[in-house]
Write a protein that binds this ligand. Structure first.
Ligand SMILES: [Fe+2]
Ligand SMILES: [Fe+2]
Length: 188
């Protein structure tokens, strides 16, 4: 795969993979007759991942500003665990079901699935780092420290991850949803 299309470097889907994305712009999705419940549910999952990460960022920022409540550590642990587990499961379903189901539908955009598959591997590595940086904060808190350095590093990690995650989710949506609309494909 072209290195410029890696998750860390690209700024959107390349033009040659936008044939259907350009035909079905985002504001057309909901009203289209082929838009269905399962697609809405899948988009909702993406929104949920974005919101949980927003919360983790806001909480860690509050901790750094000494404005976090006493439950910062417990909530950081709980929400990060949820985020890692749910995102891992979400990728697993896409790898095992959605990508193999959607890739053969249209040869013009089949290459997008290689890109999305690469993203999942890249995100896995970033999630590993995010887990490590979260554990460093939790360890420092448990030892009775304020964990300012650790929380600063975690915030930087969260913000980098937010960029990668948003790039992946946005591009993935612009590959999958237009295929649903064009071919009336199911997502089950
Ligand atoms: Fe994905
Ligand atoms: Fe996804």
């Amino acid at each position: 795969m072209d290195k410029n299309l890696s998750l860390d470097l690209r700024t959107g889907l390349p033009d040659h993979l936008r044939v259907l994305a350009d035909k079905y712009p985002r504001d057309m999705w909901q009203g289209h007759p082929n838009f269905n419940q399962l697609t809405a549910f899948w988009l909702d999952r993406h929104l949920m991942f974005r919101k949980v990460l927003d919360k983790l960022i806001a909480d860690t920022q509050a901790h750094l500003d000494a404005k976090a409540g006493p439950r910062y550590g417990a909530e950081l642990s709980r929400y990060t665990g949820f985020f890692l587990q749910e995102l891992h499961g979400h990728h697993g379903i896409e790898d095992a079901h959605y990508f193999p189901q959607f890739k053969p539908l249209d040869a013009r955009v089949a290459g997008a699935f290689d890109l999305l598959d690469h993203d999942h591997h890249a995100l896995d590595a970033h999630l590993h780092d995010l887990a490590n940086d979260t554990n460093a904060v939790l360890r420092a808190l448990q030892a009775g420290h304020k964990a300012q350095d650790e929380a600063g590093a975690l915030l930087a990690r969260h913000e980098a991850f937010q960029t990668f995650l948003d790039r992946h989710l946005t591009d993935e949506e612009e590959v999958i949803v237009p295929l649903v609309l064009e071919y009336g494909a199911d997502m089950n």
